[in-house]
Design a protein around this ligand. Structure first.
Ligand SMILES: [Zn+2]
Length: 108
């Protein structure tokens, strides 16, 4: 039985066939048949997937930006490396990573 998307999450009733589960993120008790935590992921889990995509994109952006910065500073010399350029490179990589993460999530 699928839960109604418009209905509020029903409190766990005693004597149900499924064991209640506890969300790993917010520690709330959920009905045993819920595949996603409605508090963390939204009713269909899409929000959680989008947030995971954003997070992954940001992490990859930081890694890529850090790598580019390291290579760049070794090429031009540390004294020539401007922090405004470093920050701009990092920000660009993070934004690109987040956009890619969101787009990839949306396509599923
Ligand atoms: Zn939760």
């Amino acid at each position: 039985m699928r839960p109604d998307a418009n209905a509020a999450p029903a409190p766990t009733t005693p004597g149900e066939a499924l064991e209640p589960i506890v969300c790993g993120s917010c520690q709330r008790t959920l009905p045993g048949d819920s595949r996603y935590c409605p508090h963390c992921c939204g009713l269909d889990g899409r929000r959680g997937a989008t947030e995971a995509g954003i997070f992954l994109g940001a992490v990859l952006g930081v890694l890529a930006g850090g790598l580019i910065t390291a290579v760049w500073s070794s090429v031009v010399g540390t004294e020539q490396t401007r922090w405004s350029h470093v920050l701009a490179t990092l920000a660009t990589c993070i934004i690109v990573g987040v956009v890619i993460g969101v787009v990839r999530t949306r396509k599923r």
